[in-house]
Design a binder for this molecule. Structure first.
Ligand SMILES: Cc1ncc(COP(=O)(O)O)c(C=O)c1O
Length: 433
């Protein structure tokens, strides 16, 4: 997708000393420790984590059972080559296959999402003798290695562009996708169901189901990147089940490690990696694999919480949208909520989005804004599954108080308490915290 020239004037450069992809605040605080939905900095100040450390901690920080399992594993062995197994590695592999959609029967582990996506690319390319192109959806994001940057949204000028020839962008419409499938003979297509990095774009069911049909028609490998949506935050193990679609390969990451680095792919029998294709020194870290197993055991009883918290998140964002004319497009699926910050002419407004995020941090609330193409105007929220109703409402009251400071003239008579009074009807108590 070409960048709208009207937007060039509002693109913000990262603040000095901060790199692209780093939120404006993250270097300002030094974290000492964390527990559940809270983090504490070195001065003892407490923060509510409403972004689960970039969509990674559906069980919150330092889940007791995960940490206990990890401590036990640490006393046994911390590093093994991929050629070796542990009891937990085998059990985790079986568990993942058990939870996966029918037909996905093989699993491969690595330590990071980008490497897992590259694994999926290799699986698709290996399947054909003469195909090596991968289609990706506009606004999609699949990682920061050179190969995955080639199948992700890009900055207009990138020094790495010579490495990007593997990727072909398709628009979010079936005509364009079919045309590219016919003319480029790709091995696979990779999509996210919710494009999180570009600002929480929720894909339509018809589009996703249409892509599945086209993949069958042209014999193309369908890869769904569930690194953000898998294993927890959507209230289901894999979001593709809500779309009634079974892909050929699912990529997972982030949540599964329970705070430890773990990612991988699940795929159909007919796909394969040759020996040495995708093997890394630390790929099967025994500690991460143990954490993954403990995480899945802990996840089961709280998975449904996403469906209880989701209505509260969207109600809060809609109330905020009603109150502040500069905040628009409230959206939420599962625990993934977002709202756009616009200027008075309805154009993306990055400076105020940055200001809101940094003011929130000062008040002890961590959220993030998307740095998509340096248009950081989407505010994104993702509480852990274990957040209580009370904590969530508190977080939105803090959000509202910051918005009152940034937009003092917006409906001043509408107080926070009024905004949230309806929420009292949601009376669930699934977390004693
Ligand atoms: C959808 C998606 N795919 C891939 C990645 C890359 O994962 P990692 O940062 O673990 O390499 C991310 C990271 O944010 C992601 O959100």
């Amino acid at each position: 997708m070409e960048l709208n020239p009207n937007l060039s004037s509002i693109i913000t450069k990262p603040a000095p000393g901060l790199s692209e992809g780093t939120t404006i605040c993250s270097e300002a605080i030094e974290i000492d420790h964390a527990s559940g939905v809270y983090l504490w900095d070195s001065s003892g100040k407490r923060y509510i984590d409403m972004f689960s450390q970039t969509w990674s901690l559906p069980l919150g920080h330092n889940n007791r059972k995960v940490i206990e399992a990890v401590k036990k594993q640490l006393s046994k062995i911390t590093h093994l080559r991929t050629a070796y197994s542990t009891k937990d590695k085998i059990e985790l592999s079986h568990k993942i296959i058990e939870l996966a959609p029918k037909g996905l029967v093989k699993v491969n582990f690595v330590l990071h999402g980008s490497l897992a996506v590259e694994g999926a690319m290799k699986l698709a390319i290996n399947y054909y003798d003469d195909r090596d192109k991968i289609l990706y959806l506009e606004d999609g994001f699949h990682g920061r290695t050179l190969a995955t940057m080639g199948i992700s949204w890009k900055l207009p000028e990138s020094k790495f562009k010579n490495y990007f020839s593997n990727g072909i962008e398709v628009k979010k419409n079936l005509e364009d996708i079919e045309e590219k499938m016919r003319n480029h003979n790709p091995a696979g297509i990779v999509i996210e169901l919710i494009q999180g990095n570009s600002g929480c774009n929720i894909l339509d069911k018809e589009l996703v189901q249409g892509i599945r049909k086209l993949c069958d028609k042209y014999n193309i490998v369908m890869i769904i990147d569930e690194i953000q949506t898998g294993f927890g935050c959507m209230g289901v193990n894999f979001l593709c089940s809500e779309y009634s679609v079974v892909p050929d390969i699912i990529v997972f990451g982030k949540a599964i490690g329970g705070g430890f680095p773990l990612a991988g792919t699940i795929y159909k029998e007919k796909y394969f990696l040759q020996s040495g294709d995708h093997s890394f020194t630390f790929a099967h870290n025994p500690v991460s694999l143990t954490a993954g197993l403990a995480y899945l055991k802990e996840l089961k009883p709280v998975l449904d919480n996403a469906k209880k918290l989701s209505p509260l998140i969207i109600e809060s964002l809609k109330n905020i949208e009603k109150k502040y004319s500069n905040l628009k497009n409230a959206r939420c699926m599962g625990l993934k909520g977002a709202i756009d910050v616009l200027d008075d002419n309805g154009m993306p407004e990055c400076k105020n989005a940055d200001l809101i995020v940094s003011k929130l941090l000062k008040k002890g609330l961590i959220i993030s804004n998307s740095r998509y193409r340096q248009l950081g105007n989407t505010l994104m929220f993702q509480p852990p599954l274990i957040m209580t109703q009370k904590q969530l409402i508190k977080a939105f009251i803090i959000f509202d108080s910051v918005l009152q400071e940034v937009y003092p003239s917006n409906n001043p008579e509408n107080s926070s308490t009024k905004i949230f009074k309806d929420f009292i009807k949601f009376d669930f108590n699934f977390n004693k915290n």
